[in-house]
Design a protein around this ligand. Structure first.
Ligand SMILES: [Zn+2]
Length: 464
């Protein structure tokens, strides 16, 4: 009989999630950004065996004779696979409630170079767990999924506000047994958050939170950090976010030159708390900064023809002025946090449950672009999207950089991302656990698959 901890350790010690490649893979030519530093160097040659990086540089002639070979040319650049730590598979095509899409999103994430995802609160945790198992068994292509289980707090439909400590512990135990690798709090009270952190840490998994100001028995990120929370979503919190009003009302006016900002940045850095910035999610609700919100591919082609006709007939969404202001505040905030020394704590999260436009798997590139437009160096943005994400999930020793011994999750870009971060869009190849995927084929495979196929099917999608 295994204890829960042993079960969890078993999960952690499994080889690369998903089907590892049997044949050796040799990648030569072009350039390498390993995310171990800020430089791009000429690719010294990489040998991958059993899904792991066996050798970088030197003599690669030990590769088996029928090894698969990938040759990079010109400015093509190999980077580690990308991490989205707020990767909702959720879409809300009718404004009638979110549904996790397990059909098209996995292929869309992978095709965009995203090899690891943390869904940050699952609407249908059983379906998301089943998706992870299908991906791990090789039945469906997709990124690694670090399941979160359901939301903890009022973001969960039917959240029991009077949940006891024993009940909450039992829930956490259950979801850890089901393979959850982190938890997401949203709309949680201080007491419930304390219990959640306690029990999650007992199992060695992390907790992140979409928190508030402290208003109406909510939790300010400042207090959550003191409770030991591992990661914070959306905004830093602190004394500039006062408990007499909602967090967004203060965030809208946040001045990053104040002592309050300095104090909260220092608190994150002292406690090594991760900050998932989700810049573009706010931009989406605002005026959609035209530099960031372009369509670099026709994303709507992934909708079913029926769904596409519904969305095309819809009036454009209203601009949320508060979120527009917050987007620009957050652009300054992320630079100030980086300058304060928080660069290795920032993670990339797309958030944004789509209403049929600007899908999250593509918004990974919008988020990267937003970091650079905010003033972060492209190399820092790439490290945020790779090694920082891996460390935040507790897998920094196995993923996040291109180093010997690590799992071979890699992306081949067509150009130099340090010269223009937009080079992350449209990768030529994606490698997960040493297996090579063709993004064009992945995209093609899910065209017309997103959303209900007919008005009859739409009922279960929360249609109004
Ligand atoms: Zn979210």
């Amino acid at each position: 009989m295994h204890t829960l901890r042993q079960v969890l350790l078993g999960v952690l010690l499994l080889p690369a999630a998903g089907m590892a490649q049997d044949r050796d893979l040799v990648i030569t030519g072009g350039w390498l950004f390993a995310a171990t530093g800020n430089e791009r160097v000429q690719n010294p040659g990489i040998l991958i065996r059993g899904g792991k990086i066996l050798r970088i540089g030197g003599d690669l002639s030990g590769a088996v004779s029928d090894a698969e070979r990938v040759t990079l040319s010109g400015q093509e650049t190999l980077i580690p696979g990308l991490f989205d730590l707020h990767a909702h598979y959720a879409i809300d095509l009718y404004g009638g409630g979110r549904i996790d899409d397990t059909a098209a999103y996995p292929a869309l994430f992978l095709a965009n170079g995203v090899t690891s995802t943390f869904p940050a609160g699952e609407m249908q945790p059983e379906a998301m767990r089943a998706l992870r198992l299908r991906i791990e068994n090789g039945a469906q292509p997709g990124p690694r999924i670090y399941n979160t289980g359901p939301y903890y707090g009022t973001a969960r439909p039917g959240w029991p506000r009077d949940i006891t400590r024993e009940q909450l512990y039992a829930e956490v135990d259950h979801w850890v047994e089901q393979g959850a690798r982190g938890f997401k709090a949203k709309g949680i009270t201080p007491q419930h958050l304390r219990w959640l952190i306690e029990r999650a840490h007992f199992h060695g998994v992390t907790v992140t939170g979409h928190l508030e100001s402290g208003f109406r028995n909510s939790v300010n990120p400042r207090d959550a950090i003191l409770m030991g929370i591992d990661r914070i979503e959306h905004f830093l919190g602190g004394d500039a976010i006062t408990g007499d009003r909602g967090a967004y009302a203060s965030l809208e006016r946040l001045d990053v030159s104040t002592p309050e900002f300095k104090r909260i940045a220092e608190l994150f850095i002292t406690h090594r708390t991760n900050y998932d910035a989700t810049l573009s999610a706010y931009g989406y609700y605002g005026k959609r900064d035209p530099e960031v919100f372009t369509y670099f591919t026709d994303e709507k082609r992934f909708l079913t023809p029926y769904m596409r006709s519904v969305i095309d007939a819809r009036a454009p969404r209203n601009v949320n002025q508060q979120f527009e202001s917050i987007y620009w505040v957050k652009r300054k905030e992320i630079k100030a946090f980086y300058d304060a020394g928080g660069g290795d704590l920032i993670t990339l999260g797309t958030d944004h449950p789509s209403w049929g436009e600007f899908f999250s798997p593509f918004s990974v590139h919008r988020e990267l672009h937003s970091f650079v437009l905010s003033g972060l160096p492209p190399a820092a943005a790439l490290r945020i999207a790779t090694i920082n994400g891996a460390r935040a999930l507790g897998v920094g020793d196995r993923l996040g950089t291109i180093e010997v011994g690590k799992w071979a999750d890699l992306v081949v870009l067509r150009a130099n991302p340090l010269a223009d971060i937009r080079a992350t869009r449209d990768p030529r190849l994606v490698v997960k656990a040493g297996r090579v995927y063709d993004p064009a084929a992945l995209l093609k495979s899910v065209e017309g698959k997103l959303g209900p196929a007919s008005v009859a099917e739409a009922g279960q999608w929360g249609s109004r």
